[in-house]
Design a protein around this ligand. Structure first.
Ligand code: HEM
Length: 128
């Protein structure tokens, strides 16, 4: 018996690549989020988010091989994340997701990715 296909298998690496690239293109220009990210390491930041998402959705675990357990709340503790920052993060991610055609991301996968991101974004709020 072969392993059941994961969400990652169905979505594919290329779509995660496009989603995260579109997101960071927006973050770079953003007044709230832009200054929080490491200006000298955009490529690294892009790799970390992309590989985290790929791993979460059942793809290769390169993220943890490189970074260890995600522990996202701890890793976001150095940043001041209020509700406005979380909402902006989601807004930019939504805009990037909306650029992907249905052929790259089905409605069901779109909804699943979105639900997870909303949940994590509000979990990461650490400031009023
Ligand atoms: C709520 C608003 C959020 C803000 C303001 C925020 C901000 C940041 C910043 C400034 C970094 C450091 C960039 C780097 O060097 O990698 C980062 C890293 C990261 N973020 Fe977020 N983030 C948010 C939400 C999220 C969400 C929703 C996810 C996942 C769905 C996420 C996943 C990650 C991951 C995986 C990393 C890299 C962690 C590491 O290995 O160091 N973030 N975030």
């Amino acid at each position: 018996m072969s392993e059941p296909r994961s969400v990652f298998d169905e979505i594919g690496h290329d779509t995660f690549d496009r989603l995260v690239a579109g997101f960071y293109a927006r973050v770079k220009e953003d007044d709230i989020l832009g200054p929080m990210y490491p200006a000298e390491d955009w490529a690294g930041a892009e790799w970390r988010l992309k590989m985290f998402l790929i791993q979460f959705w059942g793809g290769p675990s390169e993220y943890s091989a490189e970074r260890g357990h995600p522990r996202l709340r701890m890793r976001h503790a150095p940043f001041t994340i209020d509700a406005a920052a979380a909402e902006r993060w989601l807004e930019l991610m939504k805009a990037s997701m909306d650029e992907l055609p249905a052929s790259a991301l089905s409605d069901a996968h779109r909804a699943a990715l979105w639900e997870h991101m909303v949940r994590v974004a509000y979990m990461l709020v650490n400031h009023t």
